[in-house]
Design a protein around this ligand. Structure first.
Ligand code: HEC
Ligand code: HEC
Ligand code: HEC
Length: 494
């Protein structure tokens, strides 16, 4: 029976990498009605979907929807259609408005509970691209409130433009039953927490599902519990270690720093929430009550520190460029002239990292890396993403760009077509030393090639899953026939 069990674990591995990739690759196009912006605008604590006209239950549900970040995947209007990239193909989120035909208008509260806690829709199993392994711990009263609220959002009588259509054998949804036995629930409750930290634990593990991005996966592609929140790769993005480890985690952050980052998407000259984290801030954390953000911060300080090899060096302020106003940074005319000269040099074949930085990046991030915060072009001075021992996160951003968190945020293009590996390595070193304050950086072209090729090839088991599944079925039938024959023969003998 070995081939069968192997097949099953293979399917499980394949399937579940959805969850790992689920959010990393989600590119969200939503029209945020009150498009206040995550990164530099003032904190916005008013929830657009809470109204005094609604019952208290419905308003509580609206808050749960924010805290559980349903909109990051289902859209601000809940019509779905967001592609979630997985090694098996794209999985599309569905319409969860109260439309009877296209949405969940026929759902009972028990149906919603099953979908959220067990990954079971009325007629089929869900893929873990929907984070039910985390929602499995959601409280009954929160699901009731969410159910009441979801019935009040406008029904949209339209199916998402695309439908999930994974190749065989990944289209057999009932295989998820086996995976769920192994990996749901995805987290355990911790002992010795105070009330605030318990609230934080519930938010981090169940509603906000921070671990779907920040916890690495084990061999069955469930959470690796021993490496809880210690950082994971999400496609081209790296979700850093957020345990209180001093050298590789966020041990040096105060609780207030964590609150500020989750509220605004930015921590001055320390960290920036780009890509998938930018989406989590834009759709969810910036709307949380202060006491909930504080609970998250307090809980993150209480989880075990895990040290990883991706150290992040402390900010050495003395090595950072002179701040705004003291240099030509704010003199836009002078900057323009400077950038023009650099472009001319690069045009004449100069490969100097400084000219390359100025010509390629300077128009958005400024001569000194302080960017244009008012226009939400990220200041990059001092950011944790450029102070890491591994340059992967920065190189990936230069290769693939950074999508804005909302459809009104500016976008950083990728430069994989425009720049060669040597040039990207040069810019990476320039940025790390000049804006990250590192004493040295020796990234070279082959490092850039390695990073560019990481994860491009589909895992073997996924690539040949169809073929392996057919072989598995043939072998299984042969084994069953063999057993039947043996039984018949022994009967005949008896
Ligand atoms: C990380 C992305 C993500 C988040 C966050 C998310 N979902 Fe989903 N959801 C999906 C995807 C993808 C599917 C479709 C899965 C499939 O096809 O198996 C889905 C399916 C569903 C379904 C099943 C609909 C049906 O087909 O009957 C329901 C109900 C649902 N989500 C509700 C929610 C609610 C409520 C929240 C917030 C508490 C939420 N989802 C948060 C990605 C997400
Ligand atoms: C067209 C404008 C533009 C150009 C050119 C550009 N960027 Fe960006 N960059 C942005 C924007 C906008 C963001 C913030 C995106 C967001 O809100 O998530 C950003 C973010 C960043 C970040 C912060 C990422 C994080 O989340 O930690 C870094 C580092 C960065 N850029 C480096 C570079 C480098 C190096 C270059 C040149 C190779 C470059 N950028 C070129 C617009 C640009
Ligand atoms: C959709 C995936 C995703 C989810 C969900 C998510 N994060 Fe992140 N997080 C990231 C990524 C990717 C980064 C890196 C962002 C960057 O460098 O621009 C990040 C960065 C961070 C950082 C900054 C760390 C540093 O060293 O710079 C903190 C703190 C953080 N996340 C906390 C959280 C918390 C708390 C939650 C849950 C409330 C959460 N994240 C949910 C993907 C995610």
């Amino acid at each position: 029976m070995k081939p069968l069990s192997m097949m099953l674990s293979m399917l499980v591995i394949g399937m579940t990498s959805n969850a790992a990739m689920a959010e990393g690759a989600s590119s969200v196009n939503t029209s945020l009605a009150n498009a206040s912006l995550p990164n530099t605008s003032l904190p916005n604590t008013s929830l657009p979907n809470i109204s005094p006209a609604n019952s208290e239950l419905v308003n509580r549900g609206a808050y749960i929807a924010r805290a559980a970040d349903c909109m990051a995947c289902h859209g601000e209007d809940y019509t779905g259609g967001t592609p979630i990239e997985t090694p098996m193909g794209e999985i599309y989120s569905t319409n969860i408005t109260p439309s009877k035909r296209y949405g969940i208008g026929d759902y009972t509260e028990a149906d919603l509970k099953n979908a959220l806690q067990k990954g079971r829709a009325p007629n089929h199993m869900l893929y873990p691209a929907m984070p039910y392994p985390s929602y499995s711990g959601m409280k009954e009263e929160d699901i009731s409130a969410l159910f009441a609220y979801l019935q009040t959002v406008p029904a949209v009588e339209e199916a998402p433009k695309e439908k999930t259509d994974l190749p065989f054998p990944f289209n057999i949804r009932s295989l998820m039953i086996g995976w769920n036995l192994l990996n749901v629930p995805s987290t355990e409750k911790r002992d010795g927490l105070n009330e605030t930290q318990k609230r934080g634990e519930y938010l981090v593990n169940n509603l906000e599902h921070c671990g779907t991005c920040h916890t690495p996966r084990n061999s069955t592609m469930g959470f690796d519990k021993s490496m809880y929140l210690s950082g994971a790769q999400l496609g081209h993005w790296h979700a850093p270690n957020i345990t209180p480890d001093e050298s590789s985690g966020i041990g040096s952050w105060s609780e207030q720093d964590i609150v500020t980052y989750l509220r605004t998407g930015e921590l001055d000259q320390r960290a920036y929430a780009g890509g998938p984290m930018g989406e989590a801030v834009a759709h969810s954390t910036r709307y949380l009550k202060n006491e909930d953000l504080s609970a998250i911060a307090s809980y993150l300080k209480a989880v075990p520190a895990v040290q990883t090899d991706d150290k992040v060096s402390a900010v050495d302020v003395s090595r950072l460029p002179t701040p705004i106003n003291e240099s030509i940074t704010h003199d836009l005319l002078a900057q323009k002239e400077y950038l023009k000269q650099a472009k001319a040099k690069v045009g004449n074949g100069s490969n100097s990292p400084e000219s390359l930085y100025l010509a390629t990046c300077g128009s958005c991030h400024g001569v000194d890396g302080y960017g244009q915060p008012d226009a939400r072009y990220a200041p990059i001075v001092g950011l944790s993403s450029i102070r890491r021992e591994r340059p992967d996160a920065l190189v990936n951003m230069i290769l693939h760009g950074v999508a804005g968190a909302t459809n009104t945020s500016p976008i950083m293009p990728g430069f994989s077509d425009e720049l060669n590996s040597e040039q990207i390595a040069g810019i990476t070193n320039y940025v790390r030393v000049n804006f990250g304050g590192l004493t040295s950086s020796d990234v070279n072209a082959s490092d850039v090639d390695r990073i560019a090729n990481t994860g491009v090839d589909k895992p073997f088991l996924i690539k040949y899953a169809g073929l392996l599944a057919i072989i598995g079925i043939i072998v299984a039938i042969a084994i069953i026939m063999f057993i039947i024959r043996a039984i018949l023969r022994s009967r005949r003998r008896a």
